[in-house]
Design a protein around this ligand. Sequence first.
Ligand code: PEP
Length: 248
Amino acid sequence: MTMKKLIAGNWKMNGGLAANEVLLRALLAQIGAPAADVAVCAPAPYLAQLQSLLQGGPVAWGSQDVSAHEQGAYTGEVSVAMLRDFGCRYAIVGHSERRQYHGETDAVVAAKAQRALAGGVTPIVCVGEMLAEREAGQTEAVVKRQLAAVIHAVAHCTSEIVVAYEPVWAIGTGKTATPEQAQQVHAVLRAQLAAATAHPERVRILYGGSMNAANAASLLAQPDIDGGLIGGASLKAPDFLQIVAAAH
Ligand code: PEP
């Protein structure tokens, strides 16, 4: 059985009630019955809006982060139970912006992934090398280290995660990894998953990093690219819809 591809939008810290509604209504009006699974990951305050507009339709939704803790004295954090209250299917964890600007370590990212799974939300685990690491020939070592921490934490649930390979130098820069560069890393991640789970083909490995309407098809044609995590282009309905259409 081949898995459906997954196209997930990461709105980052963008949007507002009015703009979100325009975007979501445009998506719903034109998306039809997509061949791929589709989701949008919004800032936490808008999850109730997503739930009310998207419930029962073809677009799932998720958060951009989740607390590593279950509940309690963690000011500013959002728990997985709260995400579930608002119907989230996915939570992005370990996005490079969280690692870079919020000091998230591999251990923290792993704890978040584990907490999400335990609470019934699928973590979209982001891994990816910085430009200096790529130039130093460390790409494989970096992504394997990042994924290993998560596999160690989630153990027998490894087949339930989603992985997103997002080279940091490609995020929001307009510099996309070539399909061959991306496939090479995806194959490494697939092999690592194969050592940890009997069904590595069930784990979707998304590519993220300046994926857009023009380059999506060639990236998604690679054997180990099972979808996309889309930042900038997910804020424009026509662009996001074209990426969705390219995923089959
Ligand atoms: C992202 O933030 O996950 C991302 C891939 O961003 P962009 O598509 O804008 O590069």
